[in-house]
Structure formats: structure tokens, C-alpha cells
Design a protein around this ligand. Structure first.
Ligand SMILES: NC(=O)c1ccc[n+]([C@@H]2O[C@H](COP(=O)([O-])OP(=O)(O)OC[C@H]3O[C@@H](n4cnc5c(N)ncnc54)[C@H](OP(=O)(O)O)[C@@H]3O)[C@@H](O)[C@H]2O)c1
Length: 253
């Protein structure tokens, strides 16, 4: 096993639960928020003192765009400052032990502008709402770690598609939460350092959801925007060629 202890933040959330549910037999430590609250640096410090962490998968966040728009202060505190707190304690731990900690940071396609689509990792980041800006702030901190991997992505749970209508003319590279959880484990075990888009080929939201919820009705993006409570992307699809290449080489080895 490459890492003896792996800290998973956000383990009670949609993605965190799915990672734990993979039954990968990896040695996860998955503290609840009342034990490790990323907005309270002393709780991270105390957790690190008690546990010899070798790797971190950082999923904790204020992850709903609506919540970030309604409560920007909490969004900054959790996504940007919370991640920075975790990074600072990781740096402190590295200094003490002389060992680099593998840090997988879960970011979002929302750091891109969401208009032209097919965004590559080297395209300019220009978020279109509060969520994206606070997650971009988080990336700035994660980038300072020597052994970081920043995953820009978008996912959904095929068993829980809440809406009854979906746009035929808005696009993403969304993957299922299960696909993403497996990809994260691959990135944890890889030596890749930097930013990587992980997703599927560009698909309309309707095409994506229809497969799992056949009764879903098609609509237009402008209809979704009429009732949207926060700015949304029309085309957040990503260039996933780096991920395809890396995934292929991981499968080969
Ligand atoms: N959902 C998407 O479509 C999507 C797309 C791209 C990227 N992402 C990113 O993927 C990651 C996981 O998203 P998700 O949908 O699984 O989120 P989620 O279901 O909302 O779960 C968020 C998790 O973060 C924890 N958390 C919140 N504040 C915390 C704090 N101060 N300290 C410690 N833990 C805290 C929550 O704990 P409690 O339950 O105790 O509050 C929960 O476990 C996030 O980084 C998100 O930005 C999500």
C-alpha cells in the first residue's frame, strides 16, 4: 500500500461517501466536521498531531452554488480559508517530518468562464459565480504544496436526479460520482503533480440525465435561467485529453 494513512475530508458528503463506499481497502481516516473543522485551524493541527497522515483527499467544501451565492462569507470561510488552513497545517507537518504529503484537491469546472466550452487546464480561469471564485482561491493555496494534484471536475448522482426538465443546449463534461471516485483513487496513487480536468466527452445536460432518468423533459437553457438563483454556465465542457492519456497509462501499468 502506497500510503499508510489517508485523510479524507468531506467524508459525509456525496463524493466523500462514494469514495468510502468503493471498498478500496485504503487506510482512510474520515473525521466528521466536529472533529476536524477546516475553518478552525486548531482542529486540523490537533488531528495532525495525533495521526501520521501521508496523503489527503480534500472533498470538504460549501459545494452548492446556491449556498455560496446566498452566503458568500461562509463560502470564503469554508472553501478558500478552510482549504488554506488545511494547506498550512500540511506544510507545517511536512516541515516536522521531512516528508511530502500527497494532496488531492477536488476543484470544479466552475473555475472556467463557462461560455465557450472545451476548456483546457492552461485556459484562463475566470469564474462566473461566488462558488467558482472561492474554489479558485482554494486552488491557489493547494498549488503551493510540492505533491499536489488539483482535479477540476463536475459530477452527478445518477440515482438522485432531482429535476424534471433539463436543457438540450447547455453542456458539461459531467461524470457519475462513482466514476469520479475511482478516478480520484487513480490520481492518489499516480505521481502526477499539477492541475487536471477529469470528466467525460462534452454532452448536453439533457443527454446526460436522460440516460438515467428517461422521463426527464427537454427544455432550453434560457428556460433554466429564468428561475435560476445564481449565475450558471452554458458550456462548461472541458478538454479531457490529459486525463485520457494518464488514465490509459495507469491502466497499462
Ligand atoms: N457536487 C458537484 O457537482 C461538484 C462539482 C465539482 C466539484 N465539486 C467539489 O467536490 C467536493 C465534494 O462535493 P460534494 O457534492 O460531495 O459536497 P457535499 O455533499 O455538500 O459535502 C460537503 C462535505 O464537506 C463537509 N464540510 C463542510 N464544511 C466543512 C468544514 N468547515 N469542515 C469540515 N468539513 C466540512 C460536509 O460535512 P457536513 O456534512 O458535516 O456539513 C460534507 O461532508 C467539493 O470540494 C466540491 O466543491 C462538487
Amino acid at each position: 500500500m502506497k500510503y499508510k494513512k489517508i485523510l479524507l475530508t468531506g467524508s459525509t458528503g456525496r463524493l466523500g461517501k462514494t469514495i468510502l463506499g468503493l471498498k478500496s481497502n485504503l487506510p482512510f481516516l474520515a473525521p466528521a466536521k466536529n472533529i476536524l473543522d477546516i475553518t478552525k485551524q486548531e482542529t486540523i493541527k490537533s488531528f495532525f498531531e495525533k495521526n501520521e497522515i501521508e496523503a489527503i483527499i480534500h472533498c470538504a467544501a460549501l459545494a452548492r452554488m446556491k449556498d455560496c451565492n446566498e452566503n458568500p462569507a461562509k463560502a470564503i470561510e469554508t472553501n478558500t480559508i478552510g482549504t488554506a488552513n488545511l494547506v498550512i497545517e500540511t506544510i507545517n507537518k511536512e516541515k516536522m517530518t521531512g516528508k511530502n504529503i500527497r494532496f488531492i484537491h477536488i476543484s470544479t469546472d466552475g473555475v472556467y468562464n463557462g461560455t465557450k466550452g472545451n476548456y483546457s487546464e492552461t485556459d484562463a480561469a475566470m469564474p462566473y459565480n461566488h462558488y467558482g471564485w472561492t474554489k479558485l482561491g482554494a486552488e491557489c493555496a493547494a498549488n503551493l504544496l510540492k505533491n499536489h494534484c488539483i482535479i477540476r471536475t463536475s459530477f452527478f448522482n445518477p440515482e438522485n436526479i432531482k429535476f424534471n426538465e433539463s436543457a438540450t443546449d447547455s453542456y458539461t463534461s459531467k461524470v457519475t460520482v462513482n466514476y469520479l471516485a475511482n478516478a480520484i483513487i487513480k490520481m492518489l496513487n499516480s505521481n502526477f503533480i499539477g492541475i487536471i480536468n477529469i470528466g467525460s466527452e462534452r454532452k448536453s445536460d439533457y443527454e446526460n440525465y436522460k440516460k438515467y432518468k428517461p422521463m426527464i423533459k427537454p427544455c432550453k437553457f434560457k428556460d433554466i435561467l429564468k428561475t435560476a438563483l445564481f449565475p450558471m454556465a452554458k458550456d462548461a465542457s472541458m478538454d479531457i485529453s490529459l486525463w485520457k492519456k494518464l488514465n490509459k497509462s495507469i491502466i497499462k501499468n
